[in-house]
Design a binder for this molecule. Structure first.
Ligand code: DGL
Length: 271
């Protein structure tokens, strides 16, 4: 049997495309399979048990796509799945890399976390940050509407700016110096967010931080590098493929990544 060649990546929707983009930039020779579970979005409003069940189904689906590693490109799912292996295949999640990157950038150790309700209620970032540095002060804010604004493609829209402003006020009044974009949808709204925080607040994109973790896994030999010079990226989603594909194309076009369409994935029968 040939050894597996793909890196599987999943999110509830379009957010994970920001992670895929970071990975595709850093590893131009690797093949990827992306799954957006659009039929069940948003994950951030679901209970921990449901999010874990969806996560397991997504991992099982990706396992059928010849994967050598899998990336949970969703913070909400990452809070419910910290195991490093699934059926002997390495699994990466965004929480630890995001926490490490934030601490590396914060000089005042006053870190804000913006995330879905599930992520904020799990306290995963707070725990990860404090276990790395007990002196850090963490200020968290759930901002669920931002997921829907990103899915709508309301990037740099006045309405988005207003909502971002409202969510960020409590964090800015705590004089944070670093802000973790603790939902992979949020880098899509990065311009609006940075405009409200000002340049003095460092934004941490957990997707970019995660790419560093993957690099270390390649260097350590935990994952084998691709030997195929022509890369392929396949896309799957569970509903509304056209809307999704339009926005994904917009996010990936500057990287020269194009695709015909998303294939549909049916996760109902995966137990
Ligand atoms: N992009 C996801 C995250 O990082 C999930 C957003 C959602 O489905 O609520 O949390």
């Amino acid at each position: 049997m040939n050894s597996p060649t793909n890196i599987g990546v999943f999110d509830s929707g379009i957010g994970g495309i920001t992670v895929l983009r970071a990975l595709a930039r850093k590893f131009p020779e690797e093949n990827f399979v992306y799954l957006g579970d659009t039929a069940r979005l948003p994950y951030g409003a679901k209970s921990p048990t449901t999010i874990r069940k969806y996560t397991e189904q997504n991992l099982k689906f990706l396992m059928t796509k010849n994967v050598k590693a899998m990336v949970i490109a969703c913070n909400s799912a990452s809070t419910q799945w910290s195991e490093p292996l699934f059926e002997n295949t390495p699994v990466f999640n965004v929480i630890q890399p995001g926490a490490r990157a934030a601490l590396a950038r914060s000089s005042e150790l006053r870190i804000g976390v913006l995330g879905t309700r599930a992520t904020i209620e799990s306290k995963s970032y707070e725990l990860a940050l404090k276990s790395l540095n007990p002196d850090v002060q963490v200020f968290s804010q759930a901002s669920p509407l931002l997921v829907h604004l990103a899915e709508e493609g309301w990037i740099d829209d006045p309405v988005t700016n207003l909502i971002v402003y409202r969510y960020l006020q409590p964090l800015l009044s705590q004089r944070i110096d670093t802000l973790i974009l603790g939902c992979t949808h949020y880098p899509i709204l990065q311009n609006s967010i940075q405009r409200v925080t000002g340049q003095q607040v460092e934004l941490v994109d957990s997707g970019e931080a995660l790419a560093e973790d993957l690099e270390q896994a390649f260097v350590a030999g935990r994952i084998k590098r691709s030997e195929n010079p022509t890369r392929s990226i396949s896309f799957y989603c569970t509903d509304n493929a056209e809307t999704f594909a339009t926005l994904a194309r917009r996010l990936l076009k500057d990287d020269g990544i194009d695709f015909e369409n998303f294939e549909m994935a049916d996760l109902q029968d995966i137990r």
